[in-house]
Design a protein. Sequence first.
Lengths: 572, 373
Amino acid sequence: MANRIVIDPITRIEGHLRIEVEVKDGKVVDAYSSGTMVRGFEIILKGRDPRDAWAFTERVCGVCTTVHALASVRTVEDALGITVPPNAELIRNLMFCTQYMQDHVVHFYHLHALDWVDVVSALKADPKKTSELAQSLSSWPKSSPMYFSDIQKRLTAFVNSGQLGIFANAYWGHPAYKLPPEVNLIGTAHYLEALEWQKEIVKIHTIFGGKNPHPNYLVGGAPCSINLDESNAINAERLAHVKQLLDQAKVFIEQVYLPDLMAVASFYKDWGAIGGGLQNYLAYGDLPMNGYSEPAKFKFPRGVILNRNLKEVLPVDAKNRKEIQEYISHSWYEYSGENELARHPWEGETKLKYTGPKPPYEHLNVEQKYSWLKTPRWNDHAMEVGPLARLLVAYASGREDVKEVVNEALKKLNVPVEALFSTLGRTAARGLETRLIAHWANEFYDQLIDNIKNGDTRTFNDAKWEPDTWPAVAEGVGLSEAPRGALAHWIVIKDKKIANYQLVVPSTWNASPRDHLGQMSAYEASLIGTPVHNPEQPLEVLRTIHSFDPCLACAVHLYDEKGSTVHHLNTF
Amino acid sequence: MSDKPLTIWEQAQMQGYSRRDFLQFCSWIAAAAGIQATGLAQVVEALDKKPRLPVVWFHFQECTCCSESFIRSSHPIVSDIILDKISLDYTETLQAAAGKQAEEALHKTMTQFKGQYLMLVEGSVPTEEDGVYCCIAGKTALDILKEAASDAKAIVAWGSCASNGCIQAANPNPTGATPIHKLVSGKPIINVPGCPPIAEVMAGTIVHLLAFDRIPQLDGLGRPKAFYSRRVHDTCYRRPNYDAGLFVQAFDDENAKRGYCLYKMGCRGPVTYNACGVMRWNNGVSFPIQSGHGCIGCSEANFWDNGPFYQHLASFPGFGIETTADKVGLVVGAGTLIGIAGHAISTNIRKRKLILEEIESSRNTSDTKKGDE
């Protein structure tokens, strides 16, 4: 008989996620993913000034801060036909890269590592051997026996205090932990170092956007001005600060994150055959090299891969009302018309309608509705989005820089390309793209300097700032790649106000409940077949779920209603 | 393993820190908490003798920006806080345990340290439909809050969500999102608003509780005076431009490139109490105004409904609360450039007296506002 395991709360994520799995003969045979919190602030967006929408939507998530602000300004700019100056595009790219580097490193060390690294085992490590190992992996200078010995002493004191804090009551000693004590000690040391480093890299957001989390954005450009002869603007000192942070980030990623990722992966190669789940991947692409209107020149290309066929990349059109649609068959919402039919975001509708069990409850009624997430589909296919989808689309599109880092990693681990379709592949893809981003960020920085050198200091296009210049009705879409995957916002502007606003975000694609046909989304599908050694300690389930880097505040559905006569400006 | 938790000084010794290092550390955290030199002895004594404070951190309706801000703290850095100063026994964002084991850790602390644990809350609590809009481990946020609050020593409401409802409480507040102080009574509650609050403000609040074993002085809205008694406008380095009538008229115009005042671009500095102008963000690198965007007032109640953000203060309704207090605002409210220039000349003479009056009367306004709730 199958054994139902509930994990709620899923910790080390953003938001409120509940996973229920059926385990039989040591393997997951069925899985249900539920988002258990809703704020409904899309209803709140109605009637507001479209130029304010970035600030509202940015608050969808403070972990992937900035990504919704970026998608939002693009959405409004698309609706109104605004092209931003090259400097603003480059500043946005630099903020994008900053977000990825911070978010991915924090995910690896603080949200995911403890699924692989046994902190308690690190107490048994030999500092001298740890030092030798660390020096064989990387030239990172903090690697002396004394250094690791100090970390170990600190950890010992912590454990001896009897107050284990964030490490209390975890799965330490679980047989699925495979790392030798020395690797565990390196992982623990770098957990602490990464915590310190991440607060530095975000200063790039502070320089351009005034604060982090939640830096400021602006429809039409970037809010900061460039003036080399002014202490109140972006000048040589500010730019030098950005450059220093980018250089430090590149070193940290290349000398700490990547070597740790490869070292950990080498002990868990079996996870290259676990957790694959869906066979379809979607990426909208991002990081424009020649403006947002030219997706062919994005660093991350746009496209769809079906059935893991890396020989073909299909095009995506977010404005085609037949392509991206959402179902509510298993979501706590109702439509005013046919509840089983899907709707394109421009024609969607959201009305909160809780029909789940009355709290406190033991189990959700998974045969009926069981989540605050809607279920998006691309041409009725369930799609995985995220770092793996981005890398696969880029790889299949023949991007040389991407192919090079992917092939190098596969060779180093001595695994076939199929190993990418897995829990380990997802975790590795995140690290590999961080390596690329660290490199690309420096390219964008150089371009910004070149522009300024050539006399272009513009950061804002004011042509459509005043609402008097707007059409009576306008409709727009803004696409981006959040760290967790494909992100899109849709807007309808009427009489200079938001008539409706809709987001379909990465974790909605991945974490959503089943659709009308009973097709699973990515989280649920990926858990099928996952081994569970001890149902009381479902460490393996956490590994696969964490490999997606869940972000539930984002995923919970956002509101819109019927669109009507619209004004189209295809700026992308 | 000993039953008695180690004191912070004992732990520092085990980590190889000298007494001198320890005293240096005490003076840093004293400085971080805005404690004067005469109070240093108390800090040293507190950290000498105390076991780590048990802390539980709840997440309700929020975006986790407060947790993200907290981990950006530069002084003290967050690993020192969670390893050496507090025992963070429950936090969905960082804790290793999940599901059943996470809940066990929570309940162990709530039982073992009944009446002694500090409760941190990130997020508002939905009250409509009996609270089904936020459930954790099958229970509503409402029930979890009430259970945990009843035995907490004190509560810190992190960010605008927990202190004033923030975005989900903006009109029409579809889920009945409610701040903590409206749901819990009989416990000390410290409101630390902001979307998010500044990292060092969060860390400073914790350090204050830890070092002095008492609640910092709060204003009429329950906010620590150390961080929320000054308007952004009064501590803004661009304030002289306002007083001189020098304003940005459009983003990236010549005046923006010179760093003039952002009042006309909708800056909410004149109606916002926060430490951004003094402490700045991310260890003092910048703050919104320094980077060219007006303050959006993210630490004030109802700031989402006091928009649109790019419409300047005199012409939006929320400004009403300030017109009696802020004589400067009243003059600008008249709206003409001549008015502003005239005001600039006169305020340069009367400025000192006016500012004092403003601070005093806006404090009264804050107190009145609290009474209204």
